[in-house]
Design a protein around this ligand. Structure first.
Ligand SMILES: O=C[C@H](O)COP(=O)(O)O
Length: 254
């Protein structure tokens, strides 16, 4: 199938330059599986992207946490896809639930952003996920399918997309989805891709899990067949991120 394990570290709105340097030196010193086995991408705030890019070990890559929905111009406070490309930033996270829920980014807006970023040559970590209320009302699949559809409607080439399933109730709460819960949604998302894009896209697109992933729970999650990696928040700021990267070995041995 060839889905290389993918571990993203989303640093969110955290860090001083001193802290960032410390995290980078921990990452640089970490013993991790080779890049044939795992792809690692860390996502510092915009202002630290260059610092991280220039000091991080070369086999790890960087991602921005957002970009503007179309060509740059009179959009105060925004950063365009063109700027990221110009600075050699290969990845961008789009549709994170913190942006969907706090900044009111709609499914369609996220779909437009993903399509525009891809058209400029960026690779995209596209996030989907349900709230606790939606899960409890039984609409998890309906919600994540609608979020994925808004992307699929505008995107034909999925080769540069990693789909991150991040249940909102698990983000930053310490309440991780069980491996079975993650597997269930990932498997349904893969079925959705099979039915609505193509069997090839379904078989090759990496679907990663995010929400309170830690050094302690990552191996069990990684053992599930449709969990192709992680998008890690809080733990990506800590040395245990190295242990999470090492969870890729679970797949190698599978
Ligand atoms: O993008 C990462 C997710 O929001 C997960 O964050 P967390 O690992 O702190 O729960």
């Amino acid at each position: 199938m060839g889905r290389k394990f993918f571990v993203g570290g989303n640093w969110k709105c955290n860090g001083t330059s001193e802290e960032v340097k410390k995290i980078v030196s921990t990452l640089n010193a970490g013993e991790v599986p080779s890049q044939d086995v795992v792809e690692v991408v860390v996502s510092p705030p915009f202002v630290f992207l260059q610092l991280v890019k220039s000091s991080l070990r070369p086999e790890f890559h960087v991602a921005a946490q957002n970009c503007w929905v179309k060509k740059g111009g009179a959009f105060t406070g925004e950063v365009s896809a063109e700027m990221l490309v110009n600075l050699g930033i290969p990845w961008v996270i789009l549709g994170h639930s913190e942006r969907r829920l706090i900044l009111n980014e709609s499914n369609e807006f996220v779909g437009d952003k993903v399509a525009y970023a891809l058209s400029k040559g960026l690779k995209v970590i596209a996030c989907v996920g349900e709230t606790l209320e939606q899960r409890e009302s039984g609409s998890t699949m309906e919600v994540v399918a609608a979020q994925t559809k808004a992307i699929a409607d505008k995107v034909s080439n999925w080769a540069d997309v990693v789909l991150a399933y991040e249940p909102v109730w698990a983000i930053g709460t310490g309440k991780v989805a069980s491996p079975a819960q993650a597997q269930e949604v990932h498997s349904e998302l893969r079925k959705w891709l099979q039915a609505n894009t193509s069997p090839e896209v379904a078989a090759t697109t990496r679907i990663i899990y995010g929400g309170s992933v830690s050094g302690a729970n990552c191996k069990e999650l990684a053992a599930k067949p449709d969990v192709d990696g992680f998008l890690v928040g809080g733990a990506s700021l800590k040395p245990e991120f190295i242990d999470i990267i090492k969870a890729a070995e679970v797949k190698k041995d599978a």
